[in-house]
Write a protein that binds this ligand. Sequence first.
Ligand code: SF4
Length: 347
Amino acid sequence: MAPSLTTVRGLERYHRILTGESRARRDILRRIPVDIDSEADLTELWREHDVAMAHYRELLTDDDALTVLTPRTNNLLGLKLEICHRLMHSCKLCENRCAVDRISGELGKCRCGREARIASRFIHMHEEMELVPSLTVFFSGCNARCCFCQNWDISQDSFSGIVLTGEEIGRGLDEYHELGVKNVNWVGGEPTPHIHTVISSLLNSKSSLPVVWNSNMYLSREAMALLSGVVDIYLTDFKFGNDDCAVRYSGMEDYWETVTRNHISASQDAEILIRHLVLPDNLECCSIPILKWVAENLGPGTRVNVMGQYRPAGDTGRCEELQRRLQDSEISYILDSARNLGLDNIV
Ligand code: SF4
């Protein structure tokens, strides 16, 4: 399978990774030596992490310096895995901040345990054209309860699918890379409760596939810090333009502050492609504020996929306004509004 390589505005580094001119970010992390002291407390590990991340940022723009560095046994990617495991003892990987001990078997709002379950993984051919063919890994379980979820069966049943270790998934990455996929796309459900498995998979893979983080972006600051240097493209699902809709439809508190904060952080750390699924009767309260915020805060050239394919799914029975598909006039209105706001990189 020979992937087509077209440079897309906003995804230039991703293109250079595909052509071999730059390295996937986590390949840089593997070349940065760290001291992983299993006796150190979490504060000390974060301190070590922050020092090493300063080194990573210097190397990110210096491909020449990287050519003389080799992968290290104790490296920054391994340190991120150690910190992630520590965080799971009182889980705060997302802004639900459940503080349950997932390592000992407790379950939080996502009901995801210590081990990750994979609902499916296959070569996706129907994503944005710059991403396909994409090895898409669907985790079971989600930290949100979106009543309109288009993947309801896997997002709301964290025990569906099969348990796979990081080692098993890592070996699979190498095999799929040989088949010609362009990236590995971590999705669900939601990948956030499974950051440890993602990092472990990358540690157990020789592949340099770019990493796509396909997420609702309801991550904690700690989780975003762990993903810095791991993710090459944030493929975000920007759902709501205000907190009331986020609580009503998905049960997510403090949505707007969390998700806008994480979009800014993501755009500073990596490349970003934003998806927005337009919901019936939510044009003025959600779609327009999101597009306006993106234009003003991330810039008019931000790549945005305005999606009009909404269909009633999941558990929309309690929300009468979500019981219908979009009308053509509604999606045209949103696309026109995006252009009027200056957004000029719409998928
Ligand atoms: S990932 Fe989020 S929802 Fe799941 S246990 Fe951790 S804080 Fe709670």
